[in-house]
Design a protein around this ligand. Structure first.
Ligand SMILES: Cc1cc2nc3c(=O)[nH]c(=O)nc-3n(C[C@H](O)[C@H](O)[C@H](O)COP(=O)(O)OP(=O)(O)OC[C@H]3O[C@@H](n4cnc5c(N)ncnc54)[C@H](O)[C@@H]3O)c2cc1C
Length: 565
């Protein structure tokens, strides 16, 4: 019997359980530890991450296969539940996004179906609810691990898979009134506010905050032409949301994807990537990936767009795409992209270069640990900001709401550059310090501040299972510099850079080190046969892309393959 512990029963735990069952093995004892009372819903699809107004940014056809399809499941949902979320089962189709809380019910139902399947297959399994894993201890001599629950009981396993997901650290929230380190749980933003509110960020996390705050301070309705309009309530006459971003840009709008699962049959195979790394002194070249996993598929599918970008290197391509966005007012661009996306969805035609950017980001994720430190710095500086904007995919209804609020004069966006800072004010709210587009230094006080930059990459020191840190079972993620001069330069610039006995320079990147099978790696570089991790916030350095459920599916498949190899 192999005793397997899944730590965290959210979507990643769900996909892990599915893959363990798909192995067909029956000599397994699977234990799932979940700190809440419900499986499957995780953070974004439970009240920890959503109210009724929050929607997914993926549709049924984009969700990796579980037991029943979303469409099939919707048909089985009681009418009063569907009515609550304004879903008509006869008009529901696999291209529709849906309320996150309802999606949570789907994921929870899938967990139940998998448990039934496990019973039928004769796989021994047990769920521990209200079971917060407080530590994980490796015993190399015994070839086991101990899982500590609620600071007390310890249970022994042959291996553990860490699926604990999101973490939203608090710095000032709780001690500074009306200062929010994140918009989650969103119920805390159910506030009537008769003043301007500062929001940091403009991506999907900001959209979540906007959807809640807008509803408590005004109402949306359709005008005579069917266009959405917004009106503030009398008690919130001075309500206004001001988005603060580094570059003054809004994210792009959700469009039709040719391939809903971030794949493409023209991508490099994993064997080709391995060969390239071997021929390139052990490094994955960012330029190589950009040429083969981005430009080459575009050449085949959209030659006219390829002709425009074929001579551009990565930085030139990013500059060209950013310049296009910079030249337009962000809300004008949102309106134009909304129209483009509507046509894309109606005709089921992708906006191909944007789709390929999502595919590139997903493809790059897995071998990113082989990038040189120099290439990782380039990725973070050039490609990542473009990816963050283009592949955020604001759903249609959210785009309509943003446009209606801007039209009503209650939503604006300002560019605050990279050196802006936010200062919490102990009496409440925060002051935003920045340099405006005319080079003027500004300090603006807001009674209410919401940080909406999204899930932060957690550092090595933030890792929650302290025995793994203390015993150096895990180690900080690092990338080797190709050039000593660049390593020295980064060191002088204040980056976290270390040197080994041979004098080679390494850049420390967020989170802990893992190998290709998602196994943790110790300070000596040795992987651990017993401990796997697919909690993205803690492996962000080696796994920079946050591709949601597609990642959970891909990582769970890789872990199961390794477990049974
Ligand atoms: C607001 C938001 C919206 C999103 N929307 C989408 C979307 O529409 N589509 C998409 O594909 N992706 C989306 N994502 C990405 C999201 O990360 C994944 O969809 C998914 O939630 C990841 O699941 P997870 O299990 O890794 O993490 P989580 O959802 O965070 O689940 C972790 C689980 O582990 C449990 N847990 C945590 N710590 C412990 C512990 N110590 N002991 C025991 N149990 C523990 C938690 O209670 C939870 O059930 C969204 C993310 C956010 C933040």
């Amino acid at each position: 019997m192999k005793r397997i512990a899944i730590l965290g029963g959210g979507p990643s735990g769900l996909f892990m359980f599915k893959h363990l069952l798909e192995s067909g093995k029956t000599d397994l004892e699977i234990s799932i530890f979940e700190r809440k009372k419900k499986l499957g819903v995780g953070m974004p699809y439970s009240p920890e991450g959503a109210n009724d107004e929050h929607i997914t940014n993926v549709s049924g056809n984009e969700i990796p296969m579980l037991v029943t399809s979303l469409n099939e499941w919707v048909q089985s949902v009681p009418k009063d539940t569907l009515d609550k979320f304004h879903i008509d089962p006869d008009r529901f189709n696999e291209y529709r996004v849906l309320p996150r809380l309802l999606f949570g019910q789907y994921l929870s139902a899938q967990f139940n179906l998998l448990q039934k399947q496990a019973r039928e297959q004769g796989v021994d399994h047990q769920v521990y609810y209200d079971a917060q894993v407080t530590d994980l201890i490796d015993h190399p001599d015994l070839e086991t691990v101990s899982v500590e629950i609620n600071g007390q009981e310890k249970i022994e396993f042959d291996c553990a898979i860490i699926c604990i997901g999101h973490n939203w650290p608090k710095r000032h929230e709780g001690s500074v009134p009306y200062y929010f380190d994140s918009p989650y749980p969103p119920v805390k933003l159910a506030l009537k506010l008769d003043h301007p509110i500062a929001i940091k960020g403009s991506s999907l996390t900001a959209v979540d905050a906007i959807r809640t705050l807008s509803r408590y301070n005004g109402a949306f309705e359709k005008d005579a032409n069917g266009k959405l309009v917004y009106q503030v309530y009398p008690h919130s006459a001075n309500f206004k949301l001001i988005l603060h971003t580094r570059n003054g840009l809004l994210p792009a709008v959700r469009f039709h994807l040719d391939d809903p699962h971030l794949c493409n049959d023209r991508l490099l195979t994993s064997a080709e990537v391995v060969e390239h790394i071997a021929e390139n002194d052990g490094f994955l070249s960012l330029d190589y990936i950009f040429e083969h996993d981005f430009k080459a598929p575009i050449k085949a599918k959209q030659p006219e767009f390829y002709a425009r970008i074929k001579d551009l290197n990565l930085e030139e391509f990013v500059d060209a795409m950013m310049a296009l966005r910079d030249s337009l007012d962000p809300f004008q661009l949102l309106k134009a992209e909304y129209a483009e996306a509507e046509q894309s969805i109606r005709r089921r035609e992708s906006v191909y270069w944007k789709e390929m950017l999502g595919v590139l980001s997903f493809a790059l994720n897995y071998p990113a640990k082989y990038l040189s430190a120099e290439d990782m710095q380039r990725l973070k500086k050039s490609l990542s900001p473009l990816i963050a904007i283009v592949i955020a995919y604001i759903p249609q209804s959210s785009s309509e709401e943003l446009l209606a609020m801007h039209q009503a004069g209650v939503l604006d966006l300002i560019s605050v550059g990279a050196d802006s800072r936010v200062e919490a004010v102990s009496e409440g709210g925060a002051t935003y310090h920045y340099t405006d587009e005319n080079g003027q230094a500004k300090s603006v006080y807001f009674n209410t501040y919401v940080d909406c930059v999204g899930q932060p990459h957690m550092s090595y020191a933030d890792f929650p299972f302290k025995s793994l840190l203390k015993n150096q079972t895990v180690s900080p993620a690092k990338l080797k510099f190709r050039s000593a001069a660049e390593g020295e330069k980064a060191l002088q610039a204040g980056e976290i850079v270390t040197q080994d006995d041979q004098g080679t320079y390494y850049l420390t990147v967020p989170g802990i080190a893992i190998n290709d099978h998602f196994q943790v790696v110790d300070t000596y570089g040795a992987f651990n046969e017993r401990i796997y991790i697919m909690a993205v916030p803690y492996i962000g350095g080696y796994n920079p892309d946050y591709s949601g459920l597609d990642f959970s599916e891909a990582a769970a498949a890789a872990i199961a393959k390794r477990l049974f190899s």
